[in-house]
Write a protein that binds this ligand. Structure first.
Ligand code: GCO
Ligand code: MG
Length: 408
């Protein structure tokens, strides 16, 4: 069996999804997602210029060897661009393998460990009353877990995942049109003085059963993060996410020494080599890698197994920038992983997105139910894809009030 061609599409409703379609001499095809948010043309170019010409002629059934070829075969390995590009190839080959076997991918991983996978939604508000309304909306929709992000009184500008205007409790944006980013202005002191009490009010209002998550989005220094993690303990968070930037892994030790708040990191990691020490030293509670830019199912499965040895659970990244293809790949891992924790979930649902990526994965009562269709269980409508083009976008950048660059 041979790969005969692979096509790359960039575009989608409101997002530049990078979709890879791998074609074979037996008519079976596989789909993968190489979306790297706001840098979408780069994995697309890596696929077009390097991977696809090498992929043609390979046996798609040897997904491990194909993975090793692109990983070891690249002298300058890893990094988000390359890992997203062959993550997409890997997803497509698992899709093909499942279709050949007539089985959903989770069966090839070891079958189901649970009926449905717990997911969390994103609640947001320009201020705390708005955030309460937003949380109530998701609780009414059946979500058992909600990430909460709140405007901070006196903060010079709206910060990560918080809308600029009151009343906008669902459709905040974290990306901006055009290649030149918007600037957010950040004040750590105001955040640290306000947020712990706000989280406690949310806990008091919604009671003990709601799983409450909060994303610091890399904004704190290590000592501040340790103080913050300790201060939010009474709110009983499900997790505190990315309290510090990921480069300084010693920071996680400092946080651990001062607090029992569960810590989740890893959405920007591209390989096991960025999290193996954090996992082995048990400095984190949840690993947030994504099948997209952490090298597909083949590589993420290795991370999940390592994490399982150390009681670290999964909490895969699922921002709106992931296409339904990688969300499906993660749904199969979530169905199988013995150490599954939770899944971030935002992507499926709009009618345009469903038309572009038809699938039978479904959400019910805050749980994601994996599709029983062979392969990944998601299709891609090329006619629909013709409606969309690439539109450049950017994440905001963050500065302190004196102009110092900070972490987005
Ligand atoms: C999350 C993330 C995202 C990122 C985005 C960047 O927890 O979902 O922090 O919102 O900011 O994925 O592209
Ligand atoms: Mg995050």
């Amino acid at each position: 069996m041979k790969i005969t061609d692979a096509k790359i599409f960039v575009g989608g409703p409101g997002k530049n999804y990078v979709t890879l379609k791998v074609l074979t001499d037996q008519g079976v095809y596989g789909l993968g997602d190489a979306t790297l948010n706001n840098r979408e043309t780069l994995p697309a170019a890596y696929l077009r210029d390097y991977i696809v010409p090498n992929l043609i002629g390979m046996d798609p059934r040897n997904s491990e060897d194909v993975w090793q070829f692109f990983y070891r075969g690249a002298y300058f390995r890893r990094g988000p661009v390359a890992m997203a590009a062959f993550g997409a190839v890997d997803m497509a080959l698992w899709d093909i393998k499942g279709k050949l076997a007539g089985m959903p991918v989770y069966q090839l991983l070891g079958g189901k460990s649970r009926e449905g996978a717990l997911v969390y939604a994103h609640a947001t508000g320009a201020d705390l009353p708005d955030l309460m309304d937003s949380i109530a909306y998701y609780v009414d929709e059946g979500y058992k877990a909600v990430r909460v992000q709140c405007g901070i009184p006196g903060m010079p500008s709206a910060s990560y995942a918080v809308p600029e205007k009151k009343g906008d409790i669902r459709n905040y944006i974290t990306d901006y049109a055009g290649i030149r980013p918007k600037v957010e202005v950040w004040d750590t002191g105001k955040y640290m003085r306000y947020m712990p009490d706000a989280l406690m009010e949310i806990r008091d209002h919604f009671g003990p059963d709601l799983y409450i998550l909060h994303d610091v989005h890399h904004r704190l220094l290590p000592r501040e993060a340790a103080e913050f993690a300790k201060a939010v303990e009474p709110a009983g968070l499900y997790w505190l996410e990315d309290p510090t930037p990921a480069e300084d892994q010693n920071a996680l030790r400092l946080i651990r020494q001062h607090s029992t708040t569960p810590i989740a990191v890893g959405e920007v990691f591209n390989s096991i080599w960025e999290c193996n020490r954090l996992i082995e030293n048990e400095l984190i509670d949840f690993i947030r890698v994504a099948v997209t830019y952490a090298g597909g199912i083949t590589h993420v499965r290795r991370i999940v197994d390592l994490a399982g040895l150390h009681n670290v659970r999964t909490g895969f990244h699922g921002a709106p920038s992931h296409s339904p293809i990688s969300m499906a790949a993660q749904a199969h891992l979530n169905a199988w992983a013995p150490n599954f924790g939770i899944q971030e979930y935002l992507v499926l649902g709009t009618s345009e997105c469903n038309a572009l990526f038809p699938s039978e994965h479904r959400m019910e009562n805050g749980l994601m139910h994996v599709s029983e269709a062979p392969g990944l269980g998601v299709d891609f409508d090329e006619d629909e894809a013709g409606r969309y083009d690439y539109t450049p976008g950017s994440h905001p950048v963050v500065r302190l009030e004196d102009g110092t660059m900070w972490n987005y």
